[in-house]
Design a binder for this molecule. Structure first.
Ligand code: IPD
Length: 274
């Protein structure tokens, strides 16, 4: 529920970003320290390959507890728990561990993703990588940063010179469709990267570490924070209206070519949401 006289302009976005950065660091410490216990305590979700560790749940619980203390009345939408309705117009969108399979296997490419929406607009994004301590952040209109350094996206001159990141869902039927699309694109781009954390893939586009990222089948907690960071880094970001729809984040110089190449390969019978 939103109050009629409050708009995004009356909310202190820098304060929310600073809080998200502090919470991201606290969550990173918890998750990094708890990896050994987490690997012996796992459960599965949509498919036997779709795992949730005890640490995913503990991390989201920590973030929810801290937000309940510090921001009572805000909504919280996280991957591992049901939505908490808010009454302030501010909603926190949390992925406690994005890249859970990497985390499970002891690979370093996993992250904590925290975004803030005000009255439905994404305004703050913070993505923290516990293994290295790197933290990406952005406030709408204020630029994008890796730790304290401003970042910006790349400018490849052609699709054939584009380093393209992507990801795959957990359901076998979706993976088959995603494999068909990436197989076709492989001949048209510089190369493909599948690194296992959508939030970090988006941050890598923002920092020019790859030129583009696309995936469908993800949820808002996977991409919300990374999308704010990408937009502030000058990336052309196309977000879906519906959950699990296609996300494309691309350096503007090749964005229309890449969007055409991806969208022309998606078959209607796959029913990818818009
Ligand atoms: C997954 C990662 C992965 C992406 C999957 C996501 P999770 O998130 O972001 O890179 O390809 O689609 O589900 O399950 O580790 O939070």
């Amino acid at each position: 529920m939103t109050s009629p006289d409050r708009t995004v302009a009356t909310v202190d976005l820098d304060h929310l970003c600073s809080l998200a950065r502090t919470l991201g660091r606290q969550a990173a410490d918890l998750v990094k320290a708890g990896r050994t216990a987490a690997v012996v305590d796992i459960d599965t979700k949509s498919d036997p390959t779709d795992v949730v560790t005890a640490m995913d749940r503990a991390c989201e619980a920590l973030l929810r507890e801290r937000l309940a203390e510090l921001r009572p009345g805000d909504g919280v939408h996280g991957e591992e728990h049901t939505e908490s309705e808010g009454r302030t117009g501010v909603r926190w969108i949390i992925d406690p561990i994005d890249g859970t399979v990497n985390y499970l296997y002891g690979l370093e490419n996993y992250s904590i993703s925290i975004a803030v929406e005000v009255d439905g607009d994404l305004v703050v994004g913070v993505v923290t990588k516990p293994a290295t301590g790197e933290q990406f952040h952005a406030v709408r209109g204020g630029g994008a940063f890796l730790d304290d350094w401003p970042i910006g996206c790349s400018a490849p001159t052609d699709l054939s010179l584009t380093l393209l990141a992507t990801g795959f869902g957990y359901l076998p039927s979706r993976r088959a469709a995603q494999g068909a699309v990436v197989g076709a694109l492989l001949a048209e781009v510089r190369d493909i990267r599948r690194m296992g954390s959508a939030a970090l893939d988006l941050c890598n586009v923002a920092a020019g570490r790859v030129d583009a990222y696309y995936e469908w089948g993800t949820h808002i907690w996977d991409w919300a924070a990374g999308a704010v960071i990408c937009r502030e880094a000058g990336v052309d970001v196309r977000l879906p209206e519906d959950d699990e729809g296609l996300v494309v984040a691309c350096a503007p110089s090749v964005s229309s070519a890449l969007n055409d190449a991806i969208r022309s390969r998606i078959k209607p019978e796959w029913q990818v949401p818009h």
